[in-house]
Write a protein that binds this ligand. Structure first.
Ligand SMILES: NC(=O)c1ccc[n+]([C@@H]2O[C@H](COP(=O)([O-])OP(=O)(O)OC[C@H]3O[C@@H](n4cnc5c(N)ncnc54)[C@H](OP(=O)(O)O)[C@@H]3O)[C@@H](O)[C@H]2O)c1
Length: 277
């Protein structure tokens, strides 16, 4: 599906790099079909060394050379980049944006082109091919475009298709979610240290516990409550800890965290789009 396409990545930073790596590792395309840009030329050398793709600081050149254009700059650089490519983008380009908070309709109206736009919300585990990405299609995109974006993000993890109206909630859940889990790993490590386990051992045990529990949920498909019940022996240690977590409102805290981040995502989206700089 992608072998006959040229792919441009404008803003080949963490996420852009991860996507390039995923595409090449999955052999979905070859380096000669990939064109990548960054702001600073010294950062591009590494990209050529690692992937052998074409690199440049000229975003127009990337847009001219590519049929699929992945926009992976920070949201604050969105207008600058859209300005750069405005005169080059045509209705036959497929734009895939990973820029948080930038609506597909904003991209179309800024570019003044009715090209298909897919908006995505990946998360940082795409760096280790374990990302959770949600994708949505804009007004001019069809299922074929969605399929292309799905294939691209599948190379770095799992993909869900959602209406664009849910992308702020996705930002609150899986986009920002790694931060919540890092806090859990850090806190469980501290708990182990408090009880006398050397920090490095406690850290490895905590991280692997989160990884293993997730794997079990995903691979068994069992409801997490059932898996929790399976590890809580009557009168045992786990149920004593679960009681402690319930007392402090762990579940309410996490529900509130997702909803607060969702609200913040909507606010930021407005600020970015309304800001004229
Ligand atoms: N990280 C996450 O958890 C996450 C999750 C979901 C979505 N996103 C979205 O993904 C996007 C990228 O995030 P990131 O973490 O990958 O950021 P990043 O590592 O800072 O990468 C952004 C890249 O954009 C380049 N850039 C800046 N201005 C440019 C310009 N005018 N032309 C071309 N390239 C330009 C930078 O180049 P230089 O390095 O050379 O300056 C940098 O390589 C953001 O929009 C973010 O909202 C991130």
């Amino acid at each position: 599906m992608l072998h006959d396409k040229t792919i441009g990545v404008i803003g080949a930073g963490h996420i852009g790099n991860a996507v390039i790596g995923g595409l090449l590792r999955a052999k979905l395309t070859s380096p000669k079909n990939i064109f990548a840009s960054r702001k600073n030329s010294e950062n591009l050398e590494e990209l050529t060394k690692t992937f052998g793709v074409h690199v440049t600081t000229d975003n127009k050149k990337v847009a001219r050379s590519s049929q699929i254009l992945i926009l992976a700059v920070k949201p604050m650089n969105a207008k600058e980049v859209l300005n750069d490519i405005k005169e080059v983008v045509s209705p036959s380009h497929l734009i895939i944006s990973v820029m948080a908070g930038i609506r597909t309709s904003f991209i179309n109206s800024f570019l003044e082109v009715s090209c298909p736009v897919i908006r995505s919300m990946p998360n940082t585990p795409v760096l280790v091919d374990a990302g959770a990405t949600a994708i949505s299609k804009g007004n001019f995109a069809n299922d074929e475009h969605l399929k292309i974006a799905h294939t691209i993000f599948k190379s770095v993890g799992t993909v869900e298709v959602v209406p664009e109206s849910l992308l702020d909630a996705v930002t609150g859940l899986s986009g920002s979610g790694p931060a919540y889990i890092y806090m859990v790993i850090e806190a469980m490590t501290d708990g182990g240290v408090k009880m006398g386990i050397p920090r490095q051992i406690a850290f490895r045990l905590a991280a692997q516990t989160v990884f293993g529990a997730s794997k079990l949920v995903i691979e068994t498909g069992k409801h997490p409550a059932i898996l929790k019940d399976e590890v809580t022996t009557p009168g045992g240690t786990a149920i004593a800890a679960v009681h402690e977590l319930e007392t402090h409102g762990l579940r309410t805290m996490l529900i509130n965290a997702v909803s607060t981040a969702t609200v913040r995502s909507k606010e930021l989206s407005k600020i970015i789009e309304e800001n004229d700089n």
